[in-house]
Write a protein that binds this ligand. Structure first.
Ligand code: C2E
Ligand code: CA
Ligand code: CA
Length: 700
């Protein structure tokens, strides 16, 4: 190994020298090396150089060897490393390496200096380097670190793998070649090259880019300066393959798009009435709420078909559906594209008009158009409707408030005789409140047995005696008697009339049974509402009560008004026929006030007509000519019916009616309706009135 002088120079020099073979084995050490590391020469020769390095450094040292082998400059300049002495203590080293050719081939000459004097300034660098090394080994990213001078100071396997980069290219230490190699794999190489130039020009710059590969991969590039103790020493290029993530994201995005599309469809379905294709309640509410946020006029037209139930019942559901589809078609035509027509369910439809200044025209058009005949399964029908209109007034309103108002107006339209439209008025709200309170109170009254009966006598013209009592319902309410005019309608609407009617019949039968039993010619008259007659078991119930209280059905008169024959479902007639078959008689109450022509009288299953008091009250002196009144009486008599006149208040009226052939008389002249306890008084008063009649002069 060289000359003697050289050898002694090496041996005696102040710096430590080592010679390493290609596999890192120590082939030579000098005295300074012995001193520096604290090993006797025999223990070092032939062993791996690693024992002289701290744990962290061991990989790095061989790398230097490798690079030197590839002709790189690295190591020829001093670099820092951490060494370890025999006693285990660590020491900072400053190392310079070079390749030498020896007999066995290439070896590395290593000059080692104690770097303690540089310790302070270099500790930051050492930490940074060791951290970087650790990062390089563990990360999944491809990383390359390039020094300011253009040297590759760090690179990991992932980097090579990512680009399919041959190791020779790294060994060449030519960053331009690296950049070119990368660029040719990209979809947009120019963009990348420009980026690199930019980053090269500005050392402090950080960047984040996404690179698209020709082969379809996507790689994220982070580039940031490498700093040591605040000094920029190079640049770190961090590449991350995000192809899988990107694909997953794309997939997720596509799934989301699909979902959104489906949701739209579902939403559409959720907003649509499946039968008619019209908007449903939800969509109506949404649109109404949106309209109410705008300042213009907003109208809600609520309508309901009048005899839809019959169409369904008589012609079947299929016909019903056909009718609904036809109605929705007509509605849409009336409203046009600027309004929303929605079906709320059943036969209830609603129209929302926004920014329309003439809701009346639309309402009129709807009433007229819907009522035109339609052929459903061969049957010609006219869809009847009741329409309520509510408009947004001053002040804020919710769509449900508007709908409620339209509902009240629709209710009023029904009352007003159907096939018309009615605008909401605030009084309707008050009326509703009253009705609901009344219904609740009435229900309680029925349960508590607070429905009483008063009796008004009816006098026979022939016998001049009380031959009948009419039972009249009274509601004992908060210490006073509520007249039936104020609660019968409510009772009819709520269905409570069934219970009230049954109670009146039961009570009056029980209370009057002894009086009736005294004379078979005596009768009890009870008022019956159309609602009661609609129950198929009505006749049976009446006969049951009569039997249970011991009243002969022949002594029972049921008073009905003409209206029960209007909606004449046939079983109303059947009920009356059954009852009459059992001996019960039927009186047509309030006769003359209804619409039925006198001619119809003979078709109806009635025995008695009760001439309404409005006709009686026309009689003042008893001398006037009252052709309608007299022909009514004669007509009924000629049909073989009995005639009762009600509302008689004066002896003149009584005389006149007796003289014109009325069979029975009733009115305050004889007696007011009285409770059971004072029924006898009613009889006495009646008899007194009859006696007084004798003295009434006959009209001339
Ligand atoms: P209505 O059946 O026509 O009963 C006769 C009404 O005329 C009774 O009124 C009676 O008090 C009244 N009245 C009798 N004589 C005179 C008179 O000379 N002058 C005047 N101004 N009025 C007279 P009320 O008791 O208030 O009954 C009113 C209506 O309520 C009844 O009219 C009837 O339609 C109905 N109603 C009463 N009780 C019942 C019932 O139990 N069931 C049903 N469904 N309706 C009933
Ligand atoms: Ca009556
Ligand atoms: Ca009457």
């Amino acid at each position: 190994m060289g000359t003697g002088i050289e050898e002694s120079l090496l041996e005696q020099g102040p710096d430590a020298y080592l010679l390493l073979t290609a596999d890192g084995t120590i082939a030579f050490v000098n005295a300074a090396a012995e001193r520096l590391f604290g090993y006797p020469r025999e223990q070092l020769l032939g062993v791996g150089h690693n024992i002289l390095l701290s744990e962290d450094e061991r990989g790095g040292f061989l790398r230097v060897f490798g690079r030197l082998g590839r002709g790189s400059d690295a190591g020829r300049r001093p670099f820092a490393a951490a060494g370890r002495r025999r006693d285990g203590s660590e020491l900072p080293l400053e190392i310079t390496c070079s390749l030498v050719t020896v007999d066995a081939g290439t070896a590395m000459a290593v000059a080692v200096r104690d770097g303690s004097h540089r310790e302070d300034t270099d500790s930051g660098r050492r930490l940074a380097v060791s951290l970087l090394d650790a990062t390089l080994e563990t990360t999944a990213d491809g990383i390359v670190v390039v020094s300011n001078e253009g040297l590759i100071t760090g690179v990991n396997d992932q980097y090579l793998k990512l680009w399919g980069m041959p190791p020779e290219l790294i060994a060449a230490e030519d960053p331009t070649a690296l950049v070119t190699f990368i660029a040719q794999q990209l979809l947009d190489p120019d963009d990348f090259l420009q980026k690199v130039t930019e980053l090269h020009a500005d050392r402090g710059k950080q960047s984040h880019d996404v690179l698209e590969f020709i082969d379809g991969r996507t790689v994220e590039l982070y580039s940031r300066p490498q700093k040591v103790a605040d000094e920029i020493v190079g640049r770190i290029w961090n590449f991350r393959d995000i192809t899988t993530r990107q694909r997953a994201q794309d997939q997720a995005r596509r799934a989301m798009d699909e979902l959104a599309e489906q949701t739209d469809k579902l939403k559409e379905l959720a907003f649509q009435d499946p039968l008619t294709g019209l908007a449903n309640r939800m969509l109506f509410n949404e649109r109404a709420a949106a309209a109410l946020l705008t300042p213009g006029p907003v109208h809600v037209l609520l309508l309901d078909l009048d005899d839809f139930k019959e169409v369904n019942d008589v012609l079947g559901h299929h016909a019903g559906d056909e009718m609904l589809v036809e109605v929705s078609r007509r509605l849409q035509k009336c409203v046009g594209p600027h309004g929303t027509v929605a079906r709320l369910g059943g036969d209830e439809f609603v129209v929302l008009l926004v920014d329309c200044n003439d809701s009346d025209t639309v309402a009129q058009r709807i009433v007229a158009t819907l009522n035109a005949p339609v052929s459903i399964e061969g049957t010609l029908m006219r869809p009847g409707l009741s329409l309520g209109v509510a408009s947004r007034g001053p002040g804020t309103m919710t769509s449900s408030e508007l709908l409620r108002q339209a509902d009240l107006a629709m209710y009023a339209a029904k009352e007003a005789g159907k096939n018309c439209y009615v605008h909401f008025r605030p009084e309707m709200l008050a009326a509703l409140l009253e009705r609901t309170q009344l219904t609740a109170g009435l229900r309680r009254a029925v349960e508590l047995g607070q429905i009483n009966v008063h009796y008004q006598p009816v006098v026979s013209s022939e016998q001049l005696e009380v031959v009948q009592f009419e039972a009249l319902a009274r509601w004992q309410w908060e210490g006073r008697l509520m007249p039936p005019d104020q609660f019968i309608q409510t009772a009819e609407r709520s269905g409570l009339i069934r219970d009230i009617g049954a109670e009146v019949l039961r009570r009056s039968c029980t209370e009057l049974q002894p009086w009736l039993a005294e004379d078979p010619r005596r009768t009890l008259a009870v008022n019956v509402s159309g609602v009661q007659l609609q129950h198929p078991d009505f006749a049976e119930r009446v006969l049951d009560i009569a039997a249970w209280s011991g009243v002969d059905p022949h002594q029972l008169v049921l008073e009905v008004t003409e209206s029960v024959f209007f909606d004449a479902q046939c079983h109303v007639i059947t009920q009356l026929v059954t009852l009459r078959g059992a001996g019960v008689r039927v009186a047509l109450d309030d006769f003359g006030t209804g619409y039925s022509s006198l001619g119809r009288l003979q078709e109806l299953p009635v025995d008695i007509v009760k001439i309404d008091k409005s006709f009686v009250s026309m009689l003042r002196t008893g001398t006037e000519k009252l052709p309608i009144l007299t022909s009514m009486i004669h007509m009924a008599l000629s049909l073989g019916l009995k005639v009762t006149a009600e509302g008689i208040e004066t002896p003149e009226q009584a005389r006149y009616l007796m003289d014109h052939g009325c069979d029975a008389l009733q009115g305050f002249l004889f007696s007011r309706p009285e409770p059971e306890a004072r029924r006898e008084l009613g009889i006495r008063n009646s008899l007194a009135a009859i006696a007084a009649l004798e003295s009434v002069p006959l009209p001339a």
